[in-house]
Design a protein around this ligand. Structure first.
Ligand code: PRX
Length: 654
């Protein structure tokens, strides 16, 4: 948390324009404060009102919050609904012919699908899944490219009450195997391959490899969407083409009404141990938050063209592609490709072409696009934009200002949304027509979200200083448990340190004198590389699983585009390599990590030592490793080190 001082000196304030305020769903500070007060006065009544106003219930709920078994909170739990019904059927009478998704493929091919067409597509998909015997509560892994079919797959699962678990297409066979096994999935929905930046990347072969590794006996079916048309092997009995599965299915499918608490999905994310956590979300609370934040944060209007550039493999793609935009009846852009192909103007070109009004992306994408062509937006008409957003990591003020001026033409508010896989949707963000923005700050919590910054004992810190970010009351969209590991859920998020009372976000934060929140980064062993969350222990486990490696420690180093880069310190079983040999081994190990976890986890740099810096009790001193990785002088006391001479060795780069 060393940069608290510097961020607190950022005192430029950007007020939303009068024009924006006038039309905003939450218009002005007083409207924001009124909602906060409503929540303060009667927390449950506040959420109950919103849940009644925003969700379509098959069976209305009477009970709002059940706190009888903390921290396993339940919301609206005697109510029944269906998420897919809330996203699709609700629009059939009012706007059947409105375009739901404008899909642009990697090669520029555009496909539009209306709400009515999407509804029928989802129904056929759902009937297809039912014909395979998939039942409510079954887990279905989705390993698909960005496509209308991926969104339809998630909606189809929701329609029949199956719990989906989407795995990002960039994850390796091994990561997929872990997730399939942990979730006990009965089916995998995939594609032959995906296209990214003009290159074909196989998917189905990766699923085959994952299943061949063992531990996936639960999988009885694989449904394959033909995307690339490449030659792949299908296994009789188990594998079916999506087109064959749906061709004779009815295009209507009665939704399965589920309890409000029914697990809509599990999404794996990294934690501070080697094993990823299956974050389990509910149906009603989660969907409510997706809808509210579409309206509050994104100021959604029926005329908007919304574009969230995330992949459906991450939580952002769940809440702000697969559920939120559909539930409010938006027209949204779904993009298969990458921002730099064929040229680094792809985002600006698409905004221009489709008249995007609300654009939501990651700071890492903004920084890399500044690097590759800061002037490129000027070649396009971006005047349709009215609101910009960022997610996933802190945005540095320079990138913020560029985004604000060059992309948003100084006219669009920027919502810097702080949230997590576990929180379901935005928790701290400027409301664009209410809260003045400060570049780099996610500003204020949403109404009804009781955020605070506390010290190690759980006491609130004074404004102007830093500490640990906590949430003091349960909220409807929060994580319900870690799939199959309720103890880990409790320990991780409701630790004894705070008497199990507060949700621990795992981030450090500070509040400035105006009460604005500034996120200072993770306080656990989790890295944020290009907005992707990676556990240092996961990467360490991958490294030590290689025959050559005796020991490994992984730390993050600040990176001007990726936010953080992965740096690994490795001790080999044999002698410490030097020269050419060290380069070769470093490459072997990088590829190994890529194969074990996925390309996003490959260390940027690997350094070799005869040992790692350890205390006499054998504990690796990561603080020292972080300093070495950054190339800083070691000013810390190293007298407790067992082997101080190792530090010089580790300063050498390969
Ligand atoms: O450290 C915070 C950072 O991303 C973490 C959550 O990662 P994940 O679960 O993968 O979800 C990412 C998309 C919601 C947080 O603990 N983070 C997320 N948004 C921001 C952020 N850090 C600073 N500012 C943000 N706006």
């Amino acid at each position: 948390m060393s940069n608290i001082e510097s961020v607190l000196h950022e005192n430029r304030v950007f007020e939303p324009s009068a024009e924006f305020v006038k039309q905003a769903n939450i218009s002005g500070m007083s409207a924001y404060k009124a909602l906060c007060e409503e929540a303060d006065q009667d927390y449950e009544a506040f959420w109950a009102r919103l849940a009644r106003d925003n969700l379509l219930w098959h069976k209305p709920f009477d009970k709002t919050l059940d706190e009888s078994n903390p921290p396993f909170f339940k919301w609206f739990h005697d109510g029944e609904l269906n998420a897919s019904y809330n996203c699709l059927d609700r629009h059939l009478n009012t706007q059947p012919n409105k375009v739901a998704i404008i899909f642009e493929a990697d090669d520029g091919t555009v496909t539009r699908i209306t709400y009515k067409q999407l509804y029928h597509r989802v129904c056929q998909f759902a009937n297809g899944l039912k014909s395979l015997g998939i039942k409510p509560g079954d887990r279905v892994v989705i390993y698909m490219p960005m496509s209308i079919e991926a969104v339809a797959a998630m909606q189809a699962c929701a329609r029949i009450g199956a719990t989906h678990s989407v795995v990002f297409g960039g994850f390796s066979a091994k990561s997929l195997q872990d997730r399939i096994g942990d979730a006990g999935a009965v089916a995998v929905l995939t594609a032959d391959g995906q296209m990214r930046g003009g290159k074909e990347i196989p998917l189905k072969p990766v699923v085959d490899e994952a299943i061949a590794m063992g531990g996936c006996d639960s999988v009885k079916h694989m449904v394959v969407y033909k995307r690339t048309g490449s030659n792949i092997k299908m296994q009789d009995e188990r594998d079916v083409w999506l087109s064959d599965l749906v061709q004779n299915q009815l295009d209507v499918c009665e939704p399965v009404w589920v309890n409000a608490e029914h697990p809509l999905f599990i999404l794996y994310t990294s934690g501070s141990t080697g094993k990823p956590k299956g974050v389990q979300h509910s149906t009603a609370g989660y969907l409510l938050h997706a809808i509210l934040t579409m309206k509050w944060t994104f100021d959604f209007k029926g005329s908007d063209v919304f574009w969230c550039t995330a992949d459906v493999g991450w939580v952002t793609g769940h809440t702000y592609i697969a559920y939120g935009p559909l539930a409010v009846g938006a027209t949204q852009v779904v993009f298969e490709g990458v921002p730099t192909y064929p040229k680094p103007d792809r985002f600006w070109k698409l905004i221009n072409e489709f008249g995007v009004t609300v654009f939501y992306t990651a700071p890492t994408a903004i920084r890399s696009l500044i690097k590759l062509g800061a002037d490129l937006p000027k070649n396009y008409d971006l005047s349709s934009l009215r609101l910009l957003g960022t997610v996933g990591e802190p945005i540095n003020p320079e990138a913020w200002i560029w985004y604000y001026e060059t992309v948003g033409g100084k006219r669009c508010p920027i919502v810097d949304t702080w949230w997590q896989t576990e929180t379901g949707g935005h928790l701290i963000t400027p409301l664009p027509g209410a809260i003045p923005m400060k570049p780099g700050s996610c500003t204020m919590p949403l109404p009804g979200i009781m955020c605070d910054v506390v010290d190690e004992t759980g006491e609130s810190v004074e404004k102007g200083s830093g500490g640990i970010l906590v949430i003091k009351k349960p909220w409807p969209a929060m994580i319900r448990t870690i799939w199959g590991d309720p103890e880990r859920f409790k320990k991780t998020y409701y630790p004894e340190d705070f008497q199990g009372k507060y949700y621990l976000a795992g981030d450090g934060a500070s509040r400035d004198l105006d009460g604005y929140f500034w996120i200072m980064g993770r306080i656990d062993d989790v890295l944020n590389v290009s907005g992707h969350r990676l556990g240092t222990m996961e990467i360490e486990s991958a490294l030590v699983a290689h025959d050559l490696v005796a020991e490994a420690a992984v730390v993050g180093r600040p990176h001007d585009v990726k936010g953080e880069a992965v740096i690994a310190f490795v001790v080999l079983k044999g002698d410490r390599p030097t020269g050419e040999e060290s380069k070769e081994i470093a490459k072997t190990l990088r590829d190994w990590v890529g194969k074990d976890i996925g390309a996003i986890a490959k260390p940027e740099e690997i350094r070799f030592g005869d040992n790692l810096p350890k205390t006499r009790s054998g504990k690796i001193m990561r603080r020292l490793l972080r300093a070495i990785a950054k190339g800083e002088e070691i000013t810390q006391d190293v007298s407790t080190l067992e082997n101080p001479q190792i530090l010089d060795q580790l300063k050498e780069t390969v």
